[in-house]
Structures are given as structure tokens and as C-alpha cells.
Design a protein around this ligand. Structure first.
Ligand SMILES: Nc1ncnc2c1ncn2[C@@H]1O[C@H](COP(=O)(O)OP(=O)(O)OP(=O)(O)O)[C@@H](O)[C@H]1O
Ligand SMILES: [Mg+2]
Length: 504
């Protein structure tokens, strides 16, 4: 190599070092340090740190983060985000000068993390593009567009009667063990190939339930496009409190890139309870059911962040499926009513239906979707147009029929039809149907084509029908987009009639 070249490189290096030294400006910065006054279950009171900011990240030990929640003239209330074991009065609290944040971007897909972005899956550090604050402003109303694209759950009763649109907030509410998580997980798994990024945020659950959910997502190939944010029941209340906001920030990052995102919060009852615990320990005045006065605000602030952005803003969407657990079917308790008023509808799961084996146990009469109907695919207008009305009339009739009243022919026919509709709306777990398949099956039931089939064999007939149609018509995709006046429908009715008549 030639010497001149080496010399030039040396000179450049020396120059670089000199410039670095010249621009270096050693400053003494006072680091504000506080002292712990008291420690109680997940909450610490500290003094000092006069200019601490709201929601600032504080360090109470090398590995014990905390968040400034209550800023008083002479003390700071801190929610612990790690174990408080070993902390005692007099210990140091160090300010970091930054708010809580989470890693976001492609690197978090397929990962299981804590709300602070620590990996829980043993697959090493998260390769994040960026970090975003956990608490962020909701998109401006000016930047929002109406919902216009369906988010298919693959569950017949939901996609036909309580349709969800991308950018909508739909509450899943019901007593314990009624299939709430099952609906959410089935919906996530149905997004495979639909180009929707999913985030499953597990709050305050037992670790065995969380492990089962993760296992299911993996087994069904949903982890490729899913992030799981986990905080368990035994974790500090502060960590449970920030979890849904962190999950939303992860989703927002993708939404602002123009992507479609689905976030499941499982569940917000636990979230509200964690916040109540924090508030009581911070001695905030308790209100109804001992919840603090701002409990409505913490949930509205969260769900305000899901929306559909205008095309000029990239056109991304963030759909929210918050889950709430009721006690003894009381949907008018404090937290459920709050959430019902914040969301664009609710899917109510009834334990009585669950017991009778009507699964999924969606109570059609109490469930509603206030915006999704506008986004439904055209075929549903044809096949499910008046299904809701006929079904609720059937339920009334059925209640009457229980008294053993004599019925005329017409009533009996209506009852018989209703029973078939109810049977066809049943669906096993892990068996999502595409919009085209749903359209075919619902066409069959609304046109009374299941008439000759015995009630106990309806679901078997459904399988038989779909098998045949797959052979004769392929993936049925065009069916879902067919207009209600499309001449194709008549031919399909004839074909289905023949298929069902030839069932053994
Ligand atoms: N459509 C279905 N078909 C068959 N079984 C179902 C269906 N939906 C849910 N289940 C079963 O019901 C049980 C309860 O479901 P799941 O855990 O989803 O309820 P949950 O309301 O989330 O319960 P928890 O209150 O414990 O969170 C599970 O064993 C699940 O497999
Ligand atoms: Mg559950």
C-alpha cells in the first residue's frame, strides 16, 4: 500500500479526534435524587425530586423501575414496576428524565414481552427500530375516517349479526368461563393472510392461562404476525396498569405506517382492579365500588387511541377488542357500563347459553355493533339482511312455546326455522369460516334449504355442504363480494338444495 494514502488516513483520524475534543463540553449536571419515605404493596412514597415530571421513569435500585404517579408539594407517589423486595425507607430514588416507553417495530413481532419491552420468551433481546412512549395522545378527530373495511372474525354469529369493522372498538363481555378469550384468540388466528398485525395483551391472568394462549397462537401459526404483551396477576399493580397503554403504543407504530392492527385487552376488569389498588394505596378518595374518580378516564383515554386514519394520514387502522368479566351477569355494574358507553358495541356472552351448549355463547339480543354493519361485505346483505329480526322473533316465540300453548301451522314453521338458525350459528373452536363459506351456509338456512335435515345433524350437513362447494366452486371468494341482485345466487340455491338432498 502506498505511504501517502496511510498518512492521509492518519491525518483524518487525528482531525476527527481533535474536532471531538474541541466540541466536547464537560458540564456538571445536578442529578436529582430522592429518598424513599415508605414502601407499601407496589407503591412507594418518596421525598425530594422537586422537578420530577408526571409519568417519569424513576429508578429505585439497579433493576427496580417505578413511575411517578402522584406529584405532591412535599412528596412523590411512585408505582413500582418491579419487585419492591429489599427496598426500605431512606433508599435513593434516581430520576431518568424520560417517560416510560416500549420498543416497537418489526422486531417485536412474534415475541412475548413485558409492558416495558423485556423479552419473556427466552429468544434474546428485542431488536427494536424505535421506542415509543407508553402514554400517547390519541389521533386528532380531524385525522380520522369512518370505518369501511370488515375485520372478519371467522365466527359466523359475529360476522353476520355483530360485524366488526377495522378501526372499531368492540367490547367482549361476559361472566367467567363463557368463552371470551376463545373469541379473541379465534379472531387473531383468523387474521392469518389478512394482513392484520395482532397484539394480545394479557393483564392479570394466571400464568397457566397465558401459557395456554401463547401455545395456541403458536400452534395455529399466528405468532408470525402477533405480539404478546404479558403481565400476570402476581406482577406489581403498576405494571398491570401500564400494560394496555404499552400494547397500544406497539400497535400505533404499525397503524401510522398504514397497516391494519388488532389489539385484544384481556381483560380490563383486572386492569381496573390494579388501578384501584394503586389509587387506594396512594390515598386517593375512593368512589363507587371503591374505584377512584378517574377510572372512566383511564379507559376512555386508552380506547380513544383506536381508530381508522384518513388516507392522507396513511389509512392505517387500530381495532380494539377489550374484554370485561362480569359477575353474575351484571352488565350494569360500574366498569361494564363505563366500557359499554366508551365502545362502539358489545358482544355479550351468556353463561346460560354456554351451559346449554349454544357455543359460542353470544346472546344476540343483548349484543350490538354500532358501526361494523357499514363495513360488511355485500353478500351479508343478501343472506343475513333480516336474520337478526327473524331470530329475535323466534326467541320470543320460543319463550311462549314453553308454556305448552297450542300453535298454528305458521308459528310452528317459524319455530322450526328459528331452531335451525340457532343450530347453524353454533361453531366449534378452531374452525373459522371465510366470508364466502359463511355466505353459502347462511343462504342455505335463510332459504330453508336445511329443511329436510334433522336438527341434530345440521352442523354435519354444513360440513357436507362446504366440502361439496369447495369441489365445485373453489374458494368461494367471489361469493362474498357478490351483489344481492347477482343472478349467480339462484343457481347457487339450486346447487345447495341438490347437495343437501343427497346427504346420507
Ligand atoms: N365455541 C366453543 N366451542 C367449544 N368450546 C368452547 C368454545 N368457546 C369456548 N370454549 C371452551 O370454554 C372454556 C372457557 O373458554 P375461555 O377460556 O375462552 O373463557 P373465558 O371467558 O375467557 O374464561 P375466563 O373467565 O377464565 O377468562 C374453554 O375450555 C374453551 O375451550
Ligand atoms: Mg379468558
Amino acid at each position: 500500500m502506498n505511504n501517502g494514502y496511510l498518512e492521509e488516513i492518519m491525518n483524518q483520524a487525528v482531525d476527527g479526534v481533535r474536532r471531538g475534543l474541541e466540541s466536547h463540553d464537560p458540564k456538571m449536571e445536578p442529578e436529582e435524587i430522592g429518598r424513599i419515605l415508605s414502601v407499601a404493596q407496589g407503591v412507594v412514597q418518596a421525598k425530594g425530586m422537586r422537578s420530577v415530571g408526571a409519568e417519569e421513569l424513576l429508578m429505585l435500585g439497579p433493576d427496580v423501575p417505578g413511575m411517578a404517579l402522584d406529584i405532591m408539594p412535599d412528596s412523590v407517589g411512585i408505582a413500582l414496576l418491579g419487585s419492591g423486595e429489599g427496598l426500605s425507607a431512606g433508599d435513593e430514588v434516581v430520576r431518568t428524565g424520560r417517560v416510560l416507553d416500549v420498543p416497537v417495530g418489526k422486531g417485536v413481532l412474534g415475541r412475548v414481552i413485558t409492558p416495558l419491552g423485556k423479552p419473556l420468551d427466552g429468544n434474546g433481546l428485542i431488536a427494536s427500530e424505535k421506542r415509543l412512549a407508553v402514554e400517547r395522545e390519541a389521533p386528532l378527530i380531524l385525522h380520522r375516517a369512518p370505518v369501511d373495511t370488515p375485520l372478519q372474525t371467522g365466527i359466523k354469529v359475529i360476522d353476520t349479526l355483530i360485524p366488526i369493522g377495522r378501526g372499531q372498538r368492540e367490547l367482549i363481555v361476559g361472566d367467567r368461563q363463557t368463552g371470551k378469550t376463545a373469541i379473541a384468540l379465534d379472531t387473531i388466528c383468523n387474521q392469518k393472510g389478512a394482513d392484520v398485525i395482532c397484539i394480545y395483551c394479557a393483564i392479570g391472568q394466571r400464568s397457566s392461562s397465558v401459557a395456554r394462549a401463547i401455545e395456541e397462537l403458536k400452534r395455529r401459526g399466528a405468532m408470525d404476525y402477533t405480539v404478546v404483551v404479558v403481565v400476570e396477576g402476581g406482577d406489581p399493580a403498576g405494571l398491570q396498569y401500564i400494560a394496555p397503554y404499552a400494547a397500544t403504543s406497539i400497535g400505533e407504530y404499525f397503524m401510522h405506517q398504514g397497516k391494519d392492527v388488532l389489539v385484544v385487552y384481556d381483560d380490563l376488569t383486572r386492569h381496573a382492579q390494579a388501578y384501584r389498588q394503586l389509587s387506594l394505596l396512594l390515598r386517593r378518595p375512593p368512589g363507587r365500588e371503591a374505584f377512584p374518580g378517574d377510572i372512566f378516564y383511564i379507559h376512555s383515554r386508552l380506547l380513544e387511541r383506536s381508530t381508522r386514519l384518513k388516507p392522507e394520514q396513511g389509512g392505517g387502522t387500530l381495532t380494539a377488542l377489550p374484554i370485561i368479566e362480569t359477575e353474575a351477569q351484571n352488565i350494569s355494574a360500574y366498569i361494564p357500563t363505563n366500557l359499554i358507553s366508551i365502545t362502539d358495541g358489545q358482544i355479550y356472552l351468556n353463561p346460560d347459553l354456554f351451559q346449554k351448549g349454544t357455543l359460542p355463547a353470544v346472546d344476540v339480543g343483548v349484543s350490538v355493533s354500532r358501526v361494523g354493519g357499514r363495513a360488511q361485505l355485500p353478500a351479508y346483505a343478501k343472506v343475513a339482511g333480516d336474520l337478526r329480526l327473524t331470530y329475535s322473533q323466534f326467541q320470543e316465540l320460543e319463550a311462549f312455546a314453553r308454556f305448552g300453548t297450542r300453535m298454528d301451522e305458521d308459528t310452528r314453521a317459524k319455530l322450526d326455522h328459528g331452531l335451525r338458525v340457532r343450530e347453524i350459528l353454533k361453531q366449534k373452536r378452531f374452525s373459522p369460516l371465510t366470508a364466502g363459506q359463511q355466505a353459502a351456509v347462511l343462504l342455505a338456512v335463510t332459504k330453508g334449504l336445511f329443511g329436510p335435515v334433522d336438527l341434530s345433524r345440521i352442523l354435519e350437513a354444513e360440513e357436507h355442504l362446504l366440502g361439496h362447494l369447495a369441489e365445485s366452486r373453489g374458494d368461494l371468494d367471489s361469493l362474498a363480494r357478490a351483489d344481492r341482485d347477482d343472478p349467480m345466487w339462484d343457481g347457487l340455491v339450486d346447487e345447495i338444495r341438490t347437495i343437501l338432498e343427497t346427504m346420507e
